[in-house]
Design a protein around this ligand. Structure first.
Ligand code: PHE
Length: 362
């Protein structure tokens, strides 16, 4: 006689203790799969006597139903357990502080360059650029500094191996000592009239508290038919007032000499020293901030411009120096040492961009 009760108990126990849906599936195959124990028993019904079959058939049906129900119930159970387990493991604490994001910041040189560009843009100047490795022609000759000119020796020029010839007799062989060669390049390519500034790196072999072998200048150039020294003066006064954020800043134009401008002037701003700290705009001292002048006719001619018809002004100033003055940074060398503590102190948030109108309205 078949012990259906025992079979029933065996499978219900197995199902009850199955620990995963995978194990549960194996039990299902073993019991009611195609070749499962219960399935085979049901198949054997055909060989039974009529009476016996009447008796056993409902028992086997019942057994199968029991097993199916138990399998389903356990499956639900296991699913719930699996969800609980993953909820415990993948628990997310929404009250926790988020991880700190390290933001980059804007170096004072970049910041001041942006400030300068935004002020001159407001005065109608656009931005031009030139190469950092120049030829003698663009860095010196075209700017009215011939090889025997004493000014050539005054620059502490870095020479490099000559590259490909860029103009007849002109090979890139110096790291530009100023941004003035951009004057020539711009006029050659775009002609005149023009109103541009040209910020960028320049190089001189010099190193102390106020000199580094690489530093930054911004060149200015305005050429037209009627541009005069008065225009130069107005532009520079407006620039300095906006840059230093002082409405009544005094400027002094002092006669000077550059081979590429005639007449030439150096510009000083009024300042004083109190407790070893520089105060800009007040006092009896003067601080030189830039060189300027009316572009020499020879420079215009070298750039292919008719010097009988056109004239204009040019100026050049040190961006790093302007940054030191405006933000009270004492040592130029520290600009290029990339000391994180220095950068954190003197650099600017990327979210704050210079806004000319905010400043001037204050
Ligand atoms: N190039 C000059 C310098 O480096 C500055 C300058 C530019 C002077 C333009 C006059 C006109 O010192």
């Amino acid at each position: 006689m078949l012990d259906i009760e025992t079979i029933n108990k065996k499978y219900l126990d197995l199902i009850g203790s199955a620990e995963s849906t995978e194990k549960l599936d194996n039990i299902r195959l073993e019991a009611i799969g195609k070749k499962g124990e219960v399935t085979l028993l049901m198949r054997s019904l055909g060989n039974m006597e009529h009476q016996e079959r009447l008796h056993v058939s409902p028992l086997l049906n019942n057994l199968k139903k029991n097993i199916e129900e138990a399998l389903l119930a356990r499956k639900e159970n296991l699913k719930e357990e699996e969800i609980k387990l993953s909820m415990n493991n993948e628990w997310l604490d929404l009250s926790q502080d988020s991880r700190e994001i390290n933001k980059g910041s804007i170096h004072p040189v970049s910041r001041v360059t942006e400030e300068i560009i935004s002020i001159f843009a407001d005065l109608g100047f656009s931005v031009a650029e030139g190469p950092q490795i120049e030829s003698d022609w663009y860095n010196f000759d075209a700017l009215n500094i011939p090889p025997d000119h004493p000014a050539r020796q005054e620059f502490d020029t870095f020479y490099v191996d000559g590259g490909k010839q860029i103009k007849e007799g002109s090979v890139p062989n110096v790291l530009r000592t100023h941004t003035s060669p951009v004057q020539i390049r711009f006029m050659e390519e775009n002609g005149v009239p023009c109103k541009i500034i040209a910020p960028g790196r320049v190089f001189r072999s010099d190193y102390d508290l106020t000199h580094t072998p690489m530093f930054h200048q911004v060149e200015g150039l305005a050429i037209g038919e009627k541009i005069s020294m008065a225009n130069l003066k107005w532009v520079l006064v407006e620039f300095c007032k906006a840059f230093f954020e002082l409405e009544d800043l005094d400027l002094r134009f002092r006669a000077s000499h550059f081979p590429f401008t005639e007449p030439s002037a150096e510009v000083d701003i009024r300042c004083s020293w109190s407790d070893n700290k520089l105060v800009i705009g007040k006092g009896d001292d003067w601080l030189e901030i830039l060189g300027s002048g009316m572009v020499h006719p020879k420079v215009l001619e070298a750039a292919g411009v008719d010097s009988e018809k056109y004239q204009g002004f040019a100026f050049g100033m040190g961006i790093d120096r302007l940054a030191m003055l405006k933000y009270g940074i004492p040592d130029l060398r520290s600009f290029f040492e990339n000391d994180l503590r220095w950068l954190e102190h003197y650099s600017f948030s990327p979210e704050s961009s210079p806004n000319l109108y905010d400043k001037l309205s204050g």
